[in-house]
Design a protein around this ligand. Sequence first.
Ligand code: IMP
Ligand code: MG
Length: 174
Amino acid sequence: MSHTMIPVITADAIQKRVAELGAEISAHYQGQPLVCVCVLKGAFLFFADLMRHITGGPEIDFLRLASYGASTSRGCEGLFTKDIEVDVAGKHVLLVEDIVDTGRSAEHLLRVLEKRGAASLKICAFVDKHERREIEVTVDFAGFPIQKGFIVGYGMDYAEKYRELDAVYELVPK
Ligand code: IMP
Ligand code: MG
């Protein structure tokens, strides 16, 4: 199926908002021990830009969730295809996601990381998308709220395409 790409967030608006978020997050943690975790792949550009606005010397790590079917429940830790490597015990952890949609991924991540003794766990998402939310997860630091629509660019993909774009577009079937 072919699609039209409608611009929804410009590169300039993204950079401005990311700087604001970085300041907000830095003020919140005030230099306490912080581990920032990039949830791959979708958050890779957002994470790289955001980290340049975080003060206080955070530790940085990466994880990747295995993809899952809609009806699969994920109860154990084996469901990362790449796990973080730093010890989070006693440290504050900030999960950095591209987009929180149903809330399932975020909830799963919170559940697994909670068991590892983090001092606190918070979520930062570039986009907080509300329409399909199934699980009440709180996005503590949200870049842009979006009601609905399938978006690509700035890390986000459709079938592994469009991740490299520096702006965000809605994909609309022609
Ligand atoms: P959920 O919150 O568990 O439903 O899943 C969030 C994940 O679904 C995100 O990390 C994205 O990888 C993917 N996703 C959800 N909505 C979109 C979208 O509009 N564009 C691209 N990926 C999306
Ligand atoms: Mg994805």
